[in-house]
Design a protein around this ligand. Structure first.
Ligand code: FAD
Length: 417
């Protein structure tokens, strides 16, 4: 690291890279550096969307973000709605395409295209990318920030932008470093929990018999703390519990419900949301199968291994298994409301994002500058903002980054005049 910068961006993820580009676009000509602690920037972008990178959503943003102040995202997306963000990406050469459910992907369907073009844009705009280098501490004295790296390197900057992300997915660079830097400068932290993360379940015949099976359905999570959440879509039964996008969307609610003394809650699985319990009962009653072989009777409704698990749950009671009508009643109920205990989530290691982060109240949503430390900006997931699946997280990272970078440039200009 050389010694003097106008702007140092801490973190080379989607938010940090867009912040540097935003600062240049707003006219900042002095030295700008993006400092990244991993061996390469943009590691989460590269892994995103299973390597396809669901980069944004063209759906209305209302209701798609969780935050200590859900209105905090509005000014950012008023200035930089998805269309404008995609136009900025188009300017650096990235073509995009809209797929089902308003999800936007690079036209190449490769995250690699996004990282190549973003890094090329940084090079063209003469932004120094310094990695691997971890920033340990930031202090402000008079009008200047003093930045110290883990290797003892020191530098000064007239403005600092913290784009250090969350502690989710440590294997891809997630850490608490950004929280700690902002806390040391007086900011409050809303303790994050893992979100967009698989659920861990109590031992159950479903796991014993149906591990590895995918199903489409609907799941209601009922937390011991009273939180409830429901999702619909595709789920995957695993040896530890429930995965797949729709299960991961319940992860935040489950994460918030975990306590040191109690299980997180229960899930109620509806394997056939399109059918009423009574209609399922009629189908089973009418099934013409040898010796009331319930696995065959269920074969038209659910995958065979799930049928096996359900029959196992019900047939354990002799009284039930000996009566055709009791069996039909119990199986229909289990197909609609199979209850399984939730012990928690797979934790930050397997979480795509963290729910929680640095309190937004101490940042101006119109500029993303700290209300406590002038010249200090933050953006992306380090703040207490997380989105639903479908491109909302990268869109927040990029839009908030670009806006924070532009604001930093305007701040520096006003300070010079
Ligand atoms: C597997 C996976 C798939 C995903 N898929 C999608 C998807 O398809 N669509 C979507 O919208 N979202 C997706 N997400 C979420 C999305 O990737 C993140 O929300 C987004 O990347 C956050 O951007 P960020 O810049 O705020 O943080 P990050 O991308 O985490 O970047 C922060 C960077 O700062 C660096 N850093 C931290 N501390 C320091 C320090 N002290 N000094 C120097 N550098 C530091 C980190 O190493 C990191 O590179 C996915 C996440 C994961 C893990």
């Amino acid at each position: 690291m050389s010694n003097r910068y106008d702007l140092i961006v801490i973190g080379g993820g989607a938010s940090g890279v867009l912040a540097a580009l935003g600062a240049r676009r707003a006219g900042l000509t002095g030295p700008v550096a993006v400092v990244e602690k991993e061996s390469q920037p943009l590691r989460k972008v590269l892994a995103s969307g299973n390597g396809r990178c669901n980069i944004a959503s063209l759906a209305p943003v209302e209701g798609h973000y969780q935050s200590d102040d859900p209105a905090f995202v509005s000014p950012v997306f008023e200035v930089l709605p998805a269309g404008k963000l995609l136009a900025i990406l188009r300017e650096i050469g990235l073509m995009t395409v809209e797929e089902r459910e308003n999800r936007v992907y690079p036209r190449s369907f490769q995250a690699r295209s996004v990282t190549l073009l973003l890094l090329n844009a940084l090079r063209n705009k003469e932004v120094a990318v310094i990695c691997p280098l971890k920033i340990r501490e930031v202090k402000k004295q008079k009008d200047l920030f003093f930045v110290e790296a883990d290797n003892g390197d020191l530098a000064t900057a007239r403005a600092i932008l913290v784009a250090a992300g969350s502690c989710a997915s440590p294997d891809l660079g997630g850490s608490r470093a950004g929280y700690e830097i902002l806390q040391a400068l007086g900011h409050r932290l809303n303790e994050p929990v893992p979100s967009l993360v698989p659920l861990t379940l109590s031992p159950h015949p479903l796991i014993q018999y149906a591990e590895g099976v995918r199903f489409r359905g609907s799941v209601l999570f009922k937390g011991t703390s009273g939180v409830t959440a429901r999702t619909e879509g595709e789920y995957l039964i695993t040896k530890y519990g429930l995965s797949g996008i729709a299960a991961m969307e319940l992860g935040g609610a489950a994460g918030r419900s975990v306590s040191p003394t109690a299980a997180a809650g229960t899930i109620e699985i509806d394997f056939l949301p399109e059918l009423e319990e009574e209609a399922i009962g009629q189908i089973l009653m009418a099934a013409d199968v040898p010796d009331d072989d319930w696995r065959i009777a269920l074969a038209g409704l659910v995958p065979d291994k799930i049928a096996r698990a359900l029959v196992n749950c019900v047939a354990a009671h002799d009284q039930v298994s000996s009566s055709r009508s009791l069996m039909v009643g119990e199986l229909s109920r289990k197909l609609k409301y199979l209850e399984v205990g939730v012990t928690g989530t797979r934790g930050f290691q397997y979480a795509q994002v963290a729910s929680g982060g640095v309190a937004t109240a101490d940042f101006d949503p119109a500029t993303l500058m700290s209300r406590l430390v002038p010249g200090l900006f933050a953006c992306g997931e380090v703040l207490d903002v997380d989105g639903d699946t479908g491109g909302f997280n990268l869109m927040w990272a990029m839009a908030s980054g670009y806006l924070a970078g532009q604001s930093a440039a305007l701040y520096l200009e006003s300070e010079s005049s």
